[in-house]
Design a protein around this ligand. Structure first.
Ligand SMILES: Cc1cc2nc3c(=O)[nH]c(=O)nc-3n(C[C@H](O)[C@H](O)[C@H](O)COP(=O)(O)OP(=O)(O)OC[C@H]3O[C@@H](n4cnc5c(N)ncnc54)[C@H](O)[C@@H]3O)c2cc1C
Length: 674
């Protein structure tokens, strides 16, 4: 692991020669300044914090901040900005901020505390994250993330988050994929829930203090941009149907990820792309939309009726061993009857250094390979068995059932309730499923999008994880953004405020509001025969088949055609029941689904353009002799930031802006976990 002084670039700007997506897009200007500081990497964040201008406490009261989203990113930001004395308006579509999808996070949160004295450090967390993301993330952002990681744990402990502790009372931690140290802090299998309760309490304290105003059951449907600055949002009150205008000096989107574009995913049913997509259509760039994380340990799909998949936390790979039968003939047998010598612990065999704790993209791809070879287990779905074993027999023999139960009990119970099988007695069956998106709205080092005054945090932005996120790093990023990064960077922007007052009859406000009203009227008036859900399901099939675990040039072209047909059909044959002026889930879904359709099209174009494999983006045309992802740094070491160029049904094409990824602190290498 070489360390450099950060003054010299260790790689060159990319020069793309291949052009698979020719005809589907146009080229825009390169992004030459993402505002990342220069100089030694360890000083960049300190210097930036010092350079950022301050806002004096008396002026903060005069500044209005809208934060859409109350998950870890948005909840932490609202609490911190409220505490600092700004006027915060916080929005979410659930009935309580506490129900944000972050509550589902199970396994843990990373921090470079080195409590185990096993060689961890800020630099190692930084290095692991850049390598884990297959050298497709921005190094300055990732270093900052590693740097503030330790503060997050202190902050949460001070809030009373009940992290797991060792017998002597010290905080415990465990390992996650892609690393060889133990740096994941956890609260059994409910880490997200406990962290969210911490952020929520801190935010509620500010509600009590009068600095934060909450708007639950409100769905943001448009960004208001006045004189090229984000100045507010249009939201629909989901209970009464009223369309509301909210104005502010700055807008923050903390609206989560869009994995539900695949219909089936481990995300909460409500997670969607609408807030980000509306901002994209208003001019915000969407970066690396094709980078999707497919998590290796989920409960396999059991049939066509399903609308949701369930994750089995990555923490289980600390003690569980993954295997398939060596011989196809054994696939139907009870796993307990298959002797040790007939089992293939394939991750331990192929990757002896990391074993079962290889990163997610690699574990997922190998599970798929085993099933493609005909060695999958579980029931036949079509002519294919989608499952591999995750076995705790050794762990139970080594640690005892009680110890396994203490560590993973609630996950085992969840598995038993869903499958009807007892994982203490027989191995779990798992299979990869869509889980997280590394792509999202483009932001600079300050987390500001290319629309001034529009900041984006948490899973909704693209910034830190490159082409593959390491486990337990999303919670770290959401809380880093919300508690530490955004409150520092947004200040510099707000130092120029308060901005000139905008009235509700300003043409840009009227335009935003009218566009929302017209869209709703359009959904209700098509009066066709198909539900929004049926379009969503069909889109999900297309995306999984052609833009899922493996992507090819032909498949992606086919997917784009199919998505365009689906979109045309949506606009002519959609059926939305009910009215606009009441609670109407069918109307809510229509808006979300058509945004997913447009996003899906862009994801396929992005995947088609990137003729390399990196992290979760595996192009069949670009693999090593052993079937591992093969990057092409000379052509693709860049962030693909896409600008909305109009609807393809009207002949529009997205515009590609490239931001070169220049490394000064670590050299780019072919990833190896062997
Ligand atoms: C099952 C599961 C387990 C996971 N476990 C872990 C783990 O152990 N460790 C880890 O690091 N990561 C984990 N992750 C990933 C992690 O949970 C998420 O990436 C993270 O919680 C996202 O937080 P967020 O604040 O960005 O968004 P979210 O928590 O998704 O919050 C989004 C917020 O935006 C609001 N919103 C969205 N759109 C609108 C709109 N249009 N109008 C108004 N409000 C809107 C929602 O109401 C919500 O409040 C897991 C993910 C899943 C699916």
């Amino acid at each position: 692991m070489a360390m450099h002084d950060g003054t010299q670039a260790l790689n060159q700007a990319s020069n793309q020669l291949s052009d698979d997506a020719h005809g589907y897009y146009t080229r825009g200007e390169n992004i030459v300044d993402a505002k990342a500081p220069v100089g030694p990497i360890k000083d960049r964040w300190t210097n930036r914090k010092f350079e950022n201008r301050l806002v004096n406490p008396a002026n903060r009261r005069k500044l209005d901040v809208i934060i859409v989203g109350t998950g870890l990113a948005g909840g932490a930001a609202a609490a911190t900005m409220g505490e600092a004395g700004y006027n915060v308006k916080s929005f979410c579509y659930q009935d309580s901020p506490r129900r944000a999808h972050s509550i589902a996070a199970q396994g843990g949160i990373n921090a470079a505390k080195n409590y185990k004295e096993d060689g961890d450090s800020t630099f190692r967390l930084f290095y692991d994250t850049v390598k884990g993301g297959d050298y497709r993330s921005r190094e300055s952002n990732v270093y900052r993330l590693a740097e503030v990681s330790a503060n997050i744990i202190d902050q949460c402990v001070a809030q009373g988050v009940p992290f797991a502790r060792e017998y002597g009372g010290l905080l415990d931690n465990r390992s996650f994929g892609g690393v060889q140290v133990s740096r994941t802090f956890y609260a059994r299998g409910q880490t997200g829930q406990q962290l969210l309760l911490g952020a929520y309490q801190a935010m509620e304290r500010q509600v009590g203090a009068g600095t934060v105003q909450e708007f639950t059951r409100h769905e943001m449907l448009e960004v208001i941009v006045v004189d090229d600055r984000a100045r507010g949002i249009i939201a629909r009150n989901m209970v009464t149907g009223e369309i509301e205008t909210h104005l502010a000096d700055v807008v923050v989107l903390a609206t989560g990820g869009y994995g539900n574009v695949f219909f089936l995913s481990t995300n909460a049913m409500g997670s969607n792309v609408t807030a980000a997509w509306r901002a994209h259509r208003k001019g915000a760039y969407m970066a690396n939309p094709c980078y999707t994380q497919i998590h290796p340990t989920c409960i396999p799909v059991s049939g066509e009726h399903q609308s949701k998949l369930t994750l089995m936390s990555e923490s289980l790979r600390n003690d569980g061993r993954i295997w398939v039968p060596k011989n196809r003939e054994d696939c139907e047998k009870d796993p307990r009857d298959i002797p040790e010598e007939d089992r293939d612990y394939y991750l331990e065999r192929i990757y002896p250094s990391f074993g079962n704790l290889v990163p997610r993209d690699i574990a997922s791809r190998q599970a798929k390979n085993m099933c493609d070879e005909g060695r999958g287990v579980g029931p036949l779905v079509g002519d294919f068995r989608r499952g591999v074993y995750l076995d705790f027999a050794d762990a139970i023999a080594r640690m005892g059932k009680k110890a396994v139960e203490t560590k993973y009990g609630n996950l085992f119970d969840m598995y038993a309730r869903i499958t009807g099988e007892d994982p203490y007695e027989s191995p779990m069956r798992i299979y990869p499923a869509v889980h997280y998106v590394m792509g999202g709205l483009w932001v600079d080092y300050d987390l500001q999008s290319n629309i001034p005054g529009l900041f984006v945090t948490g899973e909704a932005n693209f910034s830190d994880h490159g082409a593959n996120r390491l486990g337990a790093s999303a919670l770290m990023q959401g809380l880093a953004d919300g508690y530490f990064v955004l409150p520092n960077t947004i200040r510099d922007y707000l130092a120029d405020g308060p901005f000139e007052k905008v009235s509700e009859d300003h043409p840009a406000v009227v335009e935003a509001r009218t566009s929302v009203e017209e869209r709703i009227t359009r959904f209700l008036s098509i009066n066709g025969t198909r539900s929004a859900d049926s379009y969503h399901k069909e889109l999900g099939h297309i995306m999984w088949e052609y833009c899922g675990m493996e992507r090819s040039e032909d498949g992606l072209r086919k997917a784009i055609d199919l998505i365009r047909e689906l979109k045309a059909d949506f606009w002519s044959n959609l059926k939305v029941l009910g009215t606009a002026d009441s609670l109407n889930q069918s109307l809510e879904k229509a808006g979300r689904v058509v945004d997913f359709i447009e996003l899906g099209e862009l994801m396929c174009i992005d995947a088609l353009n990137r003729r390399e494999s990196c992290g979760g983006h595996f192009r069949a045309e670009s693999q090593t002799e052993d079937g591992e992802a093969l990057r092409h740094d000379d052509e693709f070491a860049y962030v693909a930031a896409w600008e909305w160029g109009g609807d393809s049904l009207d002949g529009g094409q997205p515009v590609l802006h490239k931001e070169d990824l220049i490394y000064t602190a670590i050299e780019m290498k072919q990833r190896s976990y062997k």
